[in-house]
Design a protein around this ligand. Sequence first.
Ligand SMILES: Nc1ncnc2c1ncn2[C@@H]1O[C@H](COP(=O)(O)OP(=O)(O)O)[C@@H](O)[C@H]1O
Ligand SMILES: [Mg+2]
Length: 282
Amino acid sequence: MVGQMARDLVLVVDEVPGPGGTAPVRERREVLGGKGANIAVGLAQLGAAVELVGVVGDDDTGERLIARAAADGIGTGAVVSRKGCETGLIVNVVADGWRYLEDLPDGVLLREDDLPIDLIARAAAVVVQLQQPPEVALKAARAATGCVVLDGAPERLGDELLACADVVRADHQEAELLVGRKLTGADDALRAAHQVRERGPRFVAFAVDDVGNVFAWDGGELVVPLGDVEVVDTTGGGDAFVAALTFGLTRGDGPEDAARRAVEAAGATVTRPGGRPDLTGC
Ligand SMILES: Nc1ncnc2c1ncn2[C@@H]1O[C@H](COP(=O)(O)OP(=O)(O)O)[C@@H](O)[C@H]1O
Ligand SMILES: [Mg+2]
């Protein structure tokens, strides 16, 4: 798993106060977070052997995050502890939807030299979470010999990245960036997913706001509506989705099965505040 890790502070409030106001916090969660770590946690919970490639600062928080990842059953040998850098912090204020306050210094972005090329080359699957410099994401994707899963949309090098991807997953906004146009509804998103498939990947999954998720693969497609669950916080829904999709496709599940499990995993995660998945038993 190549991607972001950060200290994740989730605060559930009834109302976000305006300037000069105060609000009690109803629930607080302080966990290992960041999209890369969330996906790694999900994969480990599903039973995969997973290594995390990400960056923390050389501070106490960084040490704590590495220890927490290890306690989650994640291999941390490739986590970089960046000298002189503070560990990333994401504050997620959950009220009527989420609000993120992010402190992610440049130092916590991956650099080309950080990548454990041999480890990446040996992995059965490599998930590259694209909130990283595109050059670094591309180097990781090109080093892989197993299944390459991309999550998100790159700022640059889109064609190059898609050309070496096997699986691509994007939320609605990211899907629009990938195809360079607005997407309206499931049919339109399916057309776009097939277009992206023609640029390299064999399997493409897009979230469609208020509709659900669409899937396109060679000779097939599927639309799965949103689960009938009470949504508390959509944060991490995509991360759980990617974990379950990667796990399913890598162990040889058919595209439909893998797709439905991914939607179930997302549905289970959006019922709880914060991005940390709980896929044990999924
Ligand atoms: N009720 C629901 N049932 C199933 N999936 C849901 C539900 N509500 C939201 N989702 C899914 O959760 C995911 C959220 O994705 P995304 O915005 O990428 O989250 P993040 O980047 O925070 O992980 C989407 O795939 C969306 O379809
Ligand atoms: Mg996402």
